[in-house]
Design a protein around this ligand. Structure first.
Ligand SMILES: Nc1ncnc2c1ncn2[C@@H]1O[C@H](COP(=O)(O)OP(=O)(O)O)[C@@H](O)[C@H]1O
Ligand SMILES: [Mg+2]
Length: 718
């Protein structure tokens, strides 16, 4: 969306309401009434062919009759008139349209047909449209309440714009969150409901919001993104411009559209992809509506932290421990105060329990002068990135304490977060109205803070760039896939899969294909002992289940004998044409899983996790999108529950983490280059040796993509 279109949506100079009703309570009349109530200062033109005036304003029979340029048209007609209404907008070259009217793709086939008519009207024009089936848009800075959201009836609102935008795929949820946030005086200054996203999509609007200098952060409510690539592009853009994002993403049930043949596919449901993508780009995944407002308030009011080291001063030793616990869970570090700084603290405090972090001021906490000194020290202390004050009750001392906190907030460039539990409740209201982030619960405050820190960390490192495609390599890779398809194989066997991996620099075990047990024994003689002998048969992805993996064989006789027995035990159709794969035994190490799965919206997604026997039991995987920097991969490894197994653990040596990172990056290259041709890929296991000894894929499965999945649904859910 270009700047002119975006501006026409959020700061229009004139608005026309097509289908405006005289009854301000009706859907068709509400928007006009709200524009008035909230003091919109631009021109407003009601369009209604049956009336000369609407709600006391001169009405026009159609848009052409207005005779003046209109920036934003809002369509509130019944669905059957919406196409004609949009035609007027296109003819009048209106840059921005919000179609609030519902009755389109969200209603099924007939509605979808009507929506296609609407779409046809827009084609080839410069007019951009939000909706249909949305609650509209509120832009506080433009005093524009272009919405049917009845929450606006509570005109106790003196709306506040703190530069936070809320973009929502659910109109009603958007309305709730907007109302609740404004009631809390959180500066959620724009509400944009995307509805069916017939034209302007969620990712596109997100991108435009990030380019708006007046927007400092964006929160969102997501049910499902259709264009994952555009969405990831917007998230990368947020990382580039350093603006924090937080999304409430609903719908955790897996969407298994394509057949699931590998571990990777089964482990990585669509919702898990969102979680991984959010982690990757430093986006906060929000659990609920209050948490969303907590986050928005932090982004609105708090200074940006330079790091993740927190110092807290409190009147409660117990509270200090609680803060430390939350910090552990959220990955926030407690700042260290060394001897010199401890002495300074001790000098400042007439009576204290702990002059280290958490700084327990005990009874001194109500003493505003002592608090002032501690806050000054926290401001100066070079090891403190964020200062927190945790107090409670203190009704009698409210005013001087509020004063000290306010002044300290103004005096420092570090974020200062206040948590005031209990008491009259007034200090939290008063502090936030003075621009000091204040909360009633340390857990909620720290949760919001951790979101801000994640965004800062993401902004501090450049997003990975897409590597150039190497045509020669891609041709060879495609040839392998084509050959498998031509052979009628749904799955590339282990040997072919590893050839594909080797093209992308993923280390694979050396191996020989043998046609019968005697040939396997001869191959083993050449490779040296001990060896592994495995079944190599068409469309067999999990060999162990058929007894098809023989490990640690140490002589030609053993190889030939064990292979004969194995083949004899196989069911007939598998045994026919079965071959054998002979490999050296790789020294035991940490078994990991690496893979690619195709997500309907995001395309190829990389999966990394614990492999071997524990894969299905623990479901410990992380998902990321290509391209991936080494740092991205390292973060993903660190986010695994089993991350500690990569370090020195219970007598086992530290693992070759760099080799895992390199293997994942090779796979990311493969995913990017063969994006449309791989349905699933699974390396299980990658055996990771001690540091410096590398990592090696001993088994792999590749499921080529046969046909493109059918087109995605058009409707958004109400
Ligand atoms: N070349 C090898 N060296 C050492 N261990 C191996 C080798 N090949 C397989 N294994 C071990 O055998 C297990 C099963 O083998 P794999 O090839 O993964 O069969 P499956 O098709 O059943 O997944 C692996 O998880 C690994 O522990
Ligand atoms: Mg395996």
């Amino acid at each position: 969306m270009n700047h002119a279109s975006y501006d026409a949506f959020v700061q229009p100079r004139s608005v026309a309401i097509i289908g405006a009703s005289d009854d301000g309570q009706k859907t068709g009349g509400r928007t006009l009434r709200y524009l008035d109530t909230y003091g919109y200062e631009g021109e407003v033109h009601p369009i209604n062919p049956r009336r000369a005036s609407v709600q006391g304003k001169r009405a026009y029979p159609d848009l052409a009759a207005v005779g003046r340029p209109v920036d934003l048209a809002i369509i509130v007609t019944p669905a059957e008139h919406a196409v004609a209404a949009l035609e007027q907008c296109v003819t009048a070259e209106v840059p921005a349209v919000i179609t609030i009217t519902s009755g389109f793709a969200e209603l099924g086939a007939d509605g979808a047909a009507l929506q296609r008519e609407l779409q046809a009207v827009l084609r080839g024009s410069a007019t951009r449209m939000l909706g249909p089936n949305c609650v509209g848009l509120v832009s506080v800075r433009a005093k524009l309440a272009a919405t049917i959201n009845t929450g606006m009836d509570q005109d106790r609102f003196d709306l506040r714009d703190g530069g936070i935008a809320f973009l929502t795929q659910s109109g009603a949820m958007g309305a709730f969150v907007f109302n609740m946030s404004q009631t809390r005086r959180v500066g959620l200054g724009s509400l944009i409901s995307t509805g069916n996203e017939m034209d302007v999509s969620f990712p596109e609007m997100l991108h435009a919001l990030l380019d708006d200098p007046a927007v400092s952060g964006v929160a969102g409510y997501i049910e499902g993104i259709r264009d994952g690539e555009a969405f990831a592009g917007a998230l990368r853009h947020a990382q580039e411009v350093g603006k924090p994002l937080a999304f409430l993403k609903v719908g955790r049930s897996p969407l298994g559209v394509e057949a699931i043949a590998s571990h990777t596919g089964a482990l990585a449901g669509s919702d898990a992809v969102y979680s991984g993508v959010f982690e990757q780009y430093g986006v906060t995944r929000i659990a609920g509506v209050e948490a969303l407002a907590d986050w928005a308030q932090m982004v609105d009011l708090a200074r940006r932290p330079a790091g993740d080291r927190l110092s807290v001063t409190t009147t409660s030793g117990g509270g200090g421990v609680l803060v430390a616990d939350h910090c552990t869970d959220l990955g926030i570090r407690m700042a260290t105060w060394d001897g010199e700084w401890q002495r300074k603290l001790a000098d400042a405090l007439p009576e204290y329990l702990s002059a280290r972090n958490p700084i327990d001021m005990a009874g001194t906490g109500g003493n505003s002068e002592a608090l002032r000194e501690v806050l000054a020290l926290m401001g100066d202390h070079p090891g403190t990135d964020v200062a927190m004050v945790l107090i409670g009750n203190l009704d009698k001392e409210e005013d001087p304490l509020i004063q000290v906190l306010h002044e300290a907030h103004r005096a420092t460039s570090k974020p200062l977060v206040v948590v005031w539990v209990g008491g009259s409740g007034r200090p939290v209201v008063e502090l936030t109205s003075r621009g000091v982030p204040a909360y009633t619960d340390p857990g909620r405050a720290l949760q919001a803070l951790s979101g801000l820190m994640a965004a800062q960390r993401a902004a501090a490192r450049p997003p990975a760039t897409r590597p150039p495609i190497e045509e020669g390599r891609r041709e060879r890779a495609r040839a392998l896939l084509t050959e498998a398809r031509a052979a009628g194989l749904g799955v590339l066997d282990e040997h072919r899969a590893k050839q594909l991996l080797a093209l992308y620099g993923v280390p694979v075990v050396q191996e020989t294909v043998a046609t019968d047990p005697d040939a396997a024994a001869a191959a083993a003689e050449r490779l040296g002992y001990p060896v592994a002998v495995k079944l190599l048969a068409d469309d067999v992805a999990h060999k162990s289940e058929l007894g098809g993996v023989l490990l640690g064989l140490s002589s030609a006789g053993e190889v030939a004998g064990a292979a004969k027995d194995m083949l004899a035990r196989l069911p007939r159709p598998v045994a026919d044409g079965a071959r054998l794969l002979v490999q050296p035994m790789v020294a035991p190490g940490l078994e990991m899983l690496l893979g690619i799965k195709r997500d309907e919206a995001f395309g190829p997604v990389l999966v990394v996790g614990l492999g071997g026997t524990w894969t299905e039991v623990l479901e410990d995987v992380q998902l990321r999108l290509p391209p991936l920097s080494a740092e991205d991969v390292d973060d993903a490894l660190g986010a695994l529950r089993s991350a500690r197994l990569l370090g020195a653990f219970r007598g086992a040596p530290e693992r070759d983490r760099d080799a895992v990172v390199a293997a994942v990056q090779g796979l990311a290259l493969l995913a990017a280059e063969l994006a449309d041709e791989i349905a699933e890929l699974d390396i299980n296991p990658l055996i990771v040796g001690p540091r410096g000894n590398g990592a090696i894929a001993v088994d792999a499965v590749v499921v080529p993509r046969v046909a493109c999945p059918s087109s995605t649904p058009e409707g958004a859910r109400p």
